[in-house]
Design a protein. Structure first.
Length: 76
C-alpha cells in the first residue's frame, strides 16, 4: 500500500483540480465541495492545515483514482 504524505486541504484541492475536479462551492463550515464532469460523486474537503491520512485515502477512493496516481499529481 502506497504511503500518503501529510498535506493541507488546500494542497488536496489543487491536486484534485489537476485530476479534472473543479470547485463547485465553498460551504459555510469551511469545506470546499468539488465536482467532476460526468461523475455523481462530490468531494467535500475540509480547509485544515493537515488532513488526516484516513480522510485523504477516502477522498482519493471517492475520486476513483489510485494513491500512486494522486502522489504523481501532487508532485507535478
Amino acid at each position: 500500500m502506497a504511503r500518503l504524505p501529510a498535506i493541507s486541504g488546500k494542497e488536496a484541492v489543487s491536486t484534485f483540480e489537476k485530476a479534472g475536479w473543479y470547485i463547485e462551492r465553498r460551504a459555510r463550515s469551511r469545506h470546499i465541495v468539488m465536482k467532476k464532469q460526468g461523475m455523481r460523486t462530490t468531494l467535500s474537503i475540509p480547509e485544515h492545515k493537515v488532513l488526516d491520512r484516513g480522510l485523504l485515502r477516502a477522498l482519493i477512493r471517492d475520486a476513483y483514482i489510485s494513491v500512486d496516481e494522486f502522489n504523481k499529481l501532487l508532485r507535478k
